[in-house]
Design a protein around this ligand. Structure first.
Ligand SMILES: [Zn+2]
Length: 163
């Protein structure tokens, strides 16, 4: 992935469109629609963060970005630098919130696992990591650990690999 990817945004125009600094691709006076698409470049890491967060919320990335933008614009001075600062702050908060949520979720189900043994399973179960259903005959990996506990299997997608 390149360092910066183009993210396509749909921005709903609110009142005072002349004050919106995102309207650089079209003449304001000739604009017939309320919704416009803007193209912008974002760091790949921010894009990945947005995509993951949107996935967690089960909403399209564009909706998430629009919500963040609307929130930022509603609060901020409309000067470009202020909006940009707000976006950066929002992205940072997003990252911190995700970290908090991630840490509050139950500890890593694969903690203490030192190896994975590939095998064909003979009974139903679920992947310890992604909770995908595992059925008899599936090729899965048994998680090997010195700690006591139930047998733990992971699906082919969740077993670590060097790629
Ligand atoms: Zn899995």
């Amino acid at each position: 992935m390149s360092r910066c990817d183009t993210l396509y945004l749909v921005v709903t125009q609110k009142e005072n469109p002349e004050e919106t600094d995102l309207s650089e691709t079209e003449n304001v006076a000739e604009r017939p629609k309320k919704e416009r698409v803007i193209h912008t470049r974002v760091p790949a890491v921010l894009e990945a963060e947005l995509k993951r967060f949107a996935e967690n919320l089960r909403v399209p990335v564009s909706n998430l970005v629009r919500t963040i933008l609307e929130d930022a614009v509603a609060v901020a001075d409309r000067a470009t630098d202020k909006v940009e600062q707000r976006l950066r702050t929002a992205a940072q908060q997003l990252h911190e919130e995700r970290e908090k949520v991630r840490k509050s979720i139950a500890s890593d189900p694969l903690e203490g696992v030192y190896a994975f043994q590939a095998l064909v399973i003979n009974s139903g179960d679920e992947c310890a990591k992604c909770h995908a259903a595992i059925e008899a005959g599936d090729e899965v990996h048994l998680a090997l650990s010195d700690r006591p506990g139930p047998r733990t299997f992971v699906c082919a997608d969740c077993v670590p690999s060097k790629k």
